[in-house]
Write a protein that binds this ligand. Structure first.
Ligand code: GTP
Ligand code: MG
Length: 418
């Protein structure tokens, strides 16, 4: 039953924008690769038989083959990346676990996460982790063992541990979302390194705050630096541990509006990353621990409220789901733009170069042919036949490349608009 639920939510997910665009652009590049190979064979023949194409040109064309292959490889690895930041113990790891619907990352009181942890989908059925600079795959049996592995490694706080988790266990991983968990921003002096090493290619940032206190200077400073290095980063703010507000119902609303105002001011006036309306859609009041508990109950076939910690569970649970929906829309759109726009403009430039090269060769064949026509009596039928054939093939190739470039442009702009 839980599999069906995952499948359904996956189908309607805004993440499909990215998934479909990736498939489309992959197919287009597959076609481009075929054309490039075909054309290479043709160019090599022109070089060997008639010497119309020289060595340098042949080598240049060969370089297109490598370029296209390189783009395809990057494309295969493209994903959507979300990075979580905030003070120690605010619940960063808990939020990720809630989104993954399973307790994967170690969480607990005190300073728990001591280096960067990246969770990504793995096609095989098994879970394992890899530390930076090592190719060894360490098996992950359970959460306790994972926590121990993370501690024992004596890892530098800005180093990265990659956790590969079976895709079929979470729809977000299946749709190519990669999660990055970080140590608290208050425990590090190397925030610049963090940003350079782990943040520059993130599509979305989530600032996890503790709703029981207020945003700290360290948290603000971190995002100031991020927004200096990246133009208009996408930032969501989660006021976590909102279940605690149930203990003080009399001041719940006033606390909420105070937090909301501060968060919106931070995004609009301080960081200047969004306008009032957008910012209002980026601030949420949730309980990660409760959401995770609810989801674990749901997976067992129980009603979600069995995971409730305090009064008002339903509202917080809806708010978490609302956050996920807006997050999915934002991350897939951002990733399509930043990643695929680049590939499509590179693809256009490579096919443009190929086109002008083929135009050039075509011209040369024409001149060559006219020259030969002047010495008609020296020509045998066979040579003439070859030339006509050559003209035909070049013309066909040119036409193919023209069509291909147009197709690429059309498909990519369609994918981007969608
Ligand atoms: P570090 O890794 O140390 O930086 O902390 P973190 O931000 O990853 O916090 P973590 O997820 O480890 O949570 C810290 C503690 O707070 C854990 O004991 C969680 O169970 C608890 N916690 C997290 N979210 C909530 C919440 O929404 N409500 C309540 N009541 N407790 C929470
Ligand atoms: Mg943590």
């Amino acid at each position: 039953a839980s599999d069906t639920r995952l499948y359904q939510s996956n189908d309607k997910s805004p993440l499909q924008i990215f998934v479909r665009a990736k498939k489309k652009i992959n197919d287009i590049y597959g076609e481009i690769e075929e054309y490039v190979h075909e054309t290479t064979t043709f160019i090599n023949a022109l070089h060997a038989e008639a010497e119309i194409v020289d060595k340098a040109e042949r080598e240049l064309f060969e370089s297109y083959v490598y370029k296209v292959a390189a783009i395809r490889e990057v494309l295969q690895r493209d994903h959507m990346k979300v990075a979580f930041f905030g003070r120690t113990s605010n619940g960063k790891s808990s939020v990720i676990n809630a989104m993954l619907r399973e307790k994967i990352l170690p969480s607990g009181i005190g300073h728990t996460t001591n280096c960067f942890c990246q969770v990504e989908g793995n096609d095989g059925g098994e879970a394992y982790l890899m530390t930076e600079g090592s190719a060894e795959k360490l098996n992950v049996v359970n959460i306790k063992q994972l926590a121990n592995a993370l501690c024992q490694e004596k890892l530098c706080e800005s180093s990265l541990v990659r956790i590969f988790w079976p895709r079929e266990r979470c729809s977000l991983l299946r749709d190519d979302v990669v999660f990055v968990d970080s140590p608290g921003v208050d425990v590090s002096a190397n925030l610049d390194d963090w940003i350079d090493n782990h943040c520059l290619n993130a599509d979305v940032f989530v600032l996890v705050l503790n709703a029981e206190s207020t945003m700290t200077r360290a948290e603000k400073q971190f995002f100031h630096t991020v927004s200096q290095k990246l133009s208009k980063p996408n930032i969501f703010i989660l006021n976590n541990r909102w279940d605690a507000s149930a203990n003080e119902p009399e001041c719940q609303e006033s606390v909420k509006s105070q937090h909301t105002e501060r968060c919106i001011d931070f995004l609009t006036k301080e960081l200047k990353v969004s306008n009032e309306k957008e910012a209002a859609e980026r601030v949420f009041f949730v309980s990660a621990r409760e959401t995770l508990q609810a989801r674990i109950e749901e997976a067992k076939g129980n009603p979600p409220h069995m995971g409730a910690i305090a009064e008002g569970f339903q509202i917080r649970y809806f708010e978490f789901q609302d956050f996920e929906r807006k997050f999915e829309e934002c991350i897939s759109q951002s990733a399509v733009k930043t990643k695929f726009q680049q590939h499509s403009s590179r693809g256009k430039s490579v096919s443009g170069d190929m086109r002008s090269m083929l135009d050039n060769i075509y011209e040369r064949i024409t001149i060559f042919r006219n020259l030969k026509q002047d010495q008609k009596n020296l020509l045998t039928d066979r040579i003439q036949g070859t030339e006509t054939q050559m003209m035909q093939v070049t013309r066909d190739m040119k036409q193919k490349i023209h069509t291909m470039v147009e197709e690429v442009e059309e498909k990519v702009s369609k994918a981007l608009n969608e």
